[in-house]
Structures are given as structure tokens and as C-alpha cells.
Unconditional design. Structure first.
Length: 599
């Protein structure tokens, strides 16, 4: 099979050496029957066929249809596993240690790099070098050396604005670092007309290998936002005004400082992938991850968002949003059509100086509030004066934590270079008297070794190892465990929501809808076995009171005893065994249906 003249010109316009395309085996499928089908079915449409070469010697084909219509631009055989593409010319060399390897997407970009003697690793898509939603790398990475080697992630220029591409790059960077690799990032500039361009377009538009090296830097997720701001003067001016609003705002009390952390996380997302809006900067951000990053509960998140709207800091922009898409927010800022920065005052305050840098990169993690002591009470049975006899809930001791107000102090010190005069610090935090700050908030930070206060008490500075000391405090206060628990609950809730429509043909389901809870029931005509007296009493009670179907079994047994609906008082273990008996026999199907209807 050979290349047609139009496909040869297309590859030449992508800055690919014809010898490189010949070694890969790229050819033209002039008719549908020319599309190879030996490694899985591909659409029988004329187009450019690109063989994918894996390091273990395997080959399969990807198709670029001439007229894809509603089909994707590139397609691989249905059901084929994700594999890494390495050009045959580099199979031996890329296994040897040394050199920078560039990771990109697509065979054309790989061939454009190989044409300039650059070590290239190709993925079929930005996420396709990973598996299990970023939990691990695909097995092909085991064939490449990673320990002590250098890899640069080189995706299309839309990485500056596309949060999905940024997420893929960040996951890949973390996984490569876990294997001991030194990770870099190559941020390609947009094309001259402002459209996105990949590595092949970069070389076709006159880019050189030397320029590519200058665009490559050690990987840091903050870099993406900084480069965006440096290239877009209007966006930089809008973000500078947004930062001034952030530092100039007075965040009062627990609710105010919780809203402050929410605003900060929205600003970080806006710097990475926000877009200009007539009212400021528009950013898309799912509320679940936003709550986890700001270290607040879902209820507190809603309160904080309402507070931000009342302050005029921003507002929700969800008109026409689909249910599966993340919500959008508009952060109010003055948008200069010429990208001009306002003239600073004669003696600019702290927040003016910080906003001129437009690099809101605060290293301190978000902190949680202290946890109060919890002493459970038995209470009484509903509708009676009888005291509950079930086992009480576990008591929780009070946990003293640094809290978000002290976190704001660390943010101000970090933004100012690590040290501040105490009067300026009080002014930054909108405190009327510096001595209140010195008496109430600084002692705990000083005792834990996070900050240092001069003997005269007029200078406050961060300790050299303040981040390590801060992590120790978060560990002792249970904040890291609480953060992991919140993220795990969010993942479970998200997974349940996305799987809410999945069913199995051999079961009946009660689909709870958007809450994601699905009850797995036996067929309605399943034979029912004889049940114990306690199980019969529980079933009779739940059929009359279906809204109690999700109460703990021990509570249900104690309630039956309280109402004299069973002989003697059942233990929690007996009640649990009776409920399991009912579930195994399929006796609770109607009860769950009624419970869902009552809910």
C-alpha cells in the first residue's frame, strides 16, 4: 500500500520527513475494503492508515478518515487496549538511558519529532497512557526506563485553557515521578491566528528544536497559569484586579474565612483555565472537588458561595448547564480591553504589591476548623417518654486545630516573601489592633515552630521548616485523615451518580435517581422461606413505618421492645441477624419501595 498525493502533501505540511512515514508504514486506504481489519474492526472508510508500533514488537492500525462525518477524527480498533507508540527507528535507542523523551499524543506528532531526531513517546490521547482513572500507568511504560530519566509532557497548546488536558498532564507527571523520573513540561504557544497547535503544527510553522528546548521547563502545575497570564495581557490585568479584590476584602469570622478559602480555590482554577467574561473571569469548577480543596463540608460550601455573592465577589453562571457538566462561576474583576494595569497609589499597600506579580501561589494547604467535643445522649423513643436502650454513639473528644484564620496569616506571610511587620500584617488581615493578633492568633503558631516573632514583637516571619511543621500539626489534628475521607466519599458519590442507570437483567432495582443509591432486590416471584418471630415482628413494623427502614438494626429492635411488639428485649446482634434473614429471603423488597416513595 502506498500514499496518495494528497496524503503525501498532508504529511509534508505537518513537517514529517517522507522517510519517517515510509519506515512507519503509513499508507492510503483508497477504498473502504483497503482498511485493515486483522487487529479489530475499523470503519470501512477511505482515509490515512497509521500503523502504531509498540516496544514489544506489536503493530495495530489507526485510521484518519478523509470524511469522518460524525465519527472521531482518529479511530483505533474497537476494544483495543491503549498502547504506547514508539517509531521503529527509535526502538533500540529509546530503551537506553539518557536523553530527554517527549510524550505527546498522536502518530503524526511523534513522526514530526522523530524527523528532527527527538526521542518521542506517543499516546493515542492525553489520558491513554494511564489506567484506572489515573491510578497507574499502562503496562507499556514498564518497557521504558524511568528511574532517573527525563520526560517532558508536550501536549497541544490548548493545555493552557483546557482543564481536562491539564488534569491528564498532572496525573501523568505524578505517576512518572512515582517511578523516579524527572518530569518536565513543554508549553507550546498558540498559532499566529490564536488557534491551538500541536508539535507537528509548531514545526510546520517554523519552530525549531532549540525553541522547543526553551519552551521546556521542570513540571509544576502552577506554570500553566503563569504562562497563560504572561501571554494574555487582558487576562493578566483582570486577574491582577481580582487579586486586589481578594486581599482588600474583609473576611470576618468562621463563615468569612471559609468563604475566603473557597474564593482562593476558585481563583487558582481561574488562573489555570479561566476565560475572560464581561464581568470578570469565568471558570468551570465542580462543587465536589471545590469543597475538598477548600477543606469545607458541602453545607459550608453552599453558605460560602452565597456569602461570596452577597459580597459581590462573584456569582454562579449555570444557565443552560447540562446535569453531567461542572458548574461555572464568574469572579468579578475590572476587565481592561487594552490590558492596562491601573496606576498604583503613592504608597501602595500590601495587596497592591502582591497583585502586581499576578502569581497567587500560596504554598500553605487549606486548614480545617477545630472539632468540638461530642457527647452522645440516648434520647427518648419517638412519641413516648421511654429512654432509648440501644448502644449510644461513640463519643468524640475535642480536637484543637490551627484553623482558617491562622491559615490566612500564613498566606499573608508567604505572599510577602516570608516576613512582615506586625502592624502591616494586622492591616492586611483588617485587624484594628495589632496586639489582638499578637495575643490571640500568633502564640499557637509560634509554639508549634511554624513562625518566629522577634524579641521586640514587631516582626513576624516564617520558620525555615514551616511547611514540615505545618504538616505535623495537620497530622496530629486529624486533618489529613479527614481530607482523605472527604475525597473518598466524593469519589464514591460521583461513581454512584455516573452508574445510576446501570442495571443487570437478572435483578429488579429501585433506582433512587440522582442520589445514586440503588437497592439490589430479588425477583418479585422469588419463593419466601419461613421467618423467625423476631424477623416477622420487624417486617410487620417496617411495613407500617417504611421511613424507619434505614435505621440501625439495634435501634429497630429496641423500638419493638419499647412498644411491646416482641417478647423480651432483643440484643443488637439478634436484631441484626433478623434483618439479614429478611434481606436474604427477599422480604424487604416492598418495604424498600415504600421507603423510597416516602423519601
Amino acid at each position: 500500500m502506498t500514499l496518495s498525493d494528497s496524503h503525501s502533501r498532508h504529511l509534508a505540511e505537518a513537517a514529517i520527513d517522507p522517510a519517517v512515514s515510509e519506515e512507519r508504514g503509513t499508507f492510503t486506504a483508497a477504498r473502504g475494503k483497503d482498511v485493515p481489519q486483522e487487529h479489530g474492526k475499523l470503519p470501512r472508510k477511505p482515509g490515512l492508515v497509521l500503523p502504531v508500533h509498540t516496544l514489544d514488537g506489536g503493530v495495530f492500525y489507526r485510521l484518519r478518515p478523509d470524511n469522518p462525518g460524525r465519527l472521531p477524527k482518529y479511530m483505533q480498533p474497537k476494544g483495543a487496549a491503549n498502547r504506547l507508540d514508539v517509531h521503529p527507528r527509535q526502538h533500540e535507542r529509546i530503551r537506553q538511558p539518557g536523553g530527554m523523551r517527549f510524550v505527546t499524543e498522536g502518530e503524526k506528532k511523534v513522526d514530526a519529532g522523530v524527523s528532527r531526531d527527538i526521542l518521542m513517546v506517543g499516546q493515542s490521547g492525553v489520558f491513554n497512557g494511564q489506567r484506572d482513572k489515573g491510578a497507574a500507568l499502562i503496562p507499556d511504560w514498564d518497557l521504558l526506563p524511568t528511574e532517573g530519566e527525563r520526560y517532558s509532557i508536550c501536549y497541544d497548546s490548548d493545555i493552557e485553557t483546557n482543564p481536562n488536558v491539564q488534569l491528564a498532564a498532572n496525573r501523568l507527571a505524578c505517576l512518572l515521578r512515582e517511578r523516579g523520573a524527572e518530569v518536565f513540561l513543554t508549553l507550546l504557544p498558540p498559532a499566529r491566528d490564536g488557534s491551538k497547535q500541536g508539535l507537528d503544527d509548531f514545526f510546520a510553522n517554523g519552530g525549531t528544536v532549540k525553541e522547543l528546548e526553551l519552551l521546556t521547563r521542570p513540571y509544576d502545575s502552577v506554570d500553566i497559569g503563569l504562562v497563560r497570564l504572561s501571554r494574555d495581557q487582558k487576562l493578566r490585568a483582570a486577574f491582577g484586579d481580582l487579586e486586589r479584590r481578594f486581599w482588600a476584602a474583609e473576611w470576618k469570622g468562621q463563615g468569612g474565612h471559609s468563604a475566603r478559602d473557597i474564593a482562593l480555590k476558585l481563583m487558582e482554577a481561574a488562573r489555570r483555565h479561566g476565560a475572560l467574561h464581561p464581568d470578570g473571569i469565568r471558570v468551570e469548577k465542580a462543587q465536589g472537588p471545590l469543597a475538598c480543596e477548600a477543606e469545607v463540608s458541602s453545607r459550608t460550601l453552599w453558605k460560602g458561595l452565597n456569602r461570596l455573592e452577597e459580597m459581590g465577589f462573584g456569582y454562579r453562571d449555570n444557565e443552560g448547564r447540562k446535569a453531567e457538566k461542572a458548574g461555572a462561576f464568574v469572579l468579578r474583576a475590572s476587565v481592561s480591553h487594552h490590558g492596562h494595569t491601573p496606576v498604583p497609589p503613592a504608597s501602595p499597600p500590601f495587596w497592591w504589591r502582591v497583585s502586581l506579580r499576578s502569581d497567587l501561589h500560596l504554598r500553605a494547604p487549606r486548614l480545617r476548623w477545630s472539632s468540638p467535643k461530642y457527647t452522645p445522649k440516648r434520647g427518648t423513643v419517638r412519641g413516648t417518654r421511654r429512654v432509648r436502650q440501644g448502644p449510644p454513639r461513640e463519643a468524640r473528644p475535642a480536637v484543637k486545630r490551627l484553623g482558617k484564620i491562622r491559615g490566612a496569616i500564613l498566606d499573608a506571610l508567604d505572599a510577602n516573601g516570608g516576613a512582615m511587620d506586625i502592624n502591616e500584617l494586622a492591616e492586611t488581615l483588617h485587624r484594628k489592633r495589632a496586639r489582638d493578633l499578637r495575643r490571640r492568633n500568633l502564640p499557637m503558631l509560634e509554639e508549634t515552630g511554624i513562625i518566629e516573632v522577634s524579641e521586640a514583637g514587631d516582626m513576624v516571619s516564617l520558620a525555615d521548616d514551616w511547611l514540615e511543621r505545618l504538616e505535623e500539626q495537620r497530622e496530629s489534628g486529624g486533618e489529613i485523615q479527614a481530607q482523605e475521607l472527604a475525597r473518598r466519599r466524593y469519589r464514591e458519590k460521583s461513581r454512584a451518580y455516573h452508574n445510576r442507570h446501570k442495571t443487570r437483567p437478572d435483578h429488579h432495582y429501585v433506582n433512587a435517581g440522582a442520589d445514586g443509591f440503588i437497592e439490589d432486590l430479588e425477583p418479585a416471584d422469588a419463593p419466601r422461606s419461613e421467618m423467625s418471630p423476631l424477623a416477622a415482628a420487624i417486617r410487620a413494623y417496617l411495613e407500617k413505618n417504611p421511613y424507619h427502614a434505614h435505621e440501625p438494626p439495634g435501634w429497630i429492635g429496641a423500638t419493638l421492645w419499647a412498644y411491646d411488639l416482641c417478647e423480651g428485649k432483643p440484643t443488637a446482634a439478634e436484631s441484626r441477624a433478623a434483618v439479614e434473614e429478611l434481606k436474604a429471603g427477599g422480604h424487604l423488597a416492598s418495604v424498600f419501595r415504600q421507603a423510597r416513595g416516602a423519601a
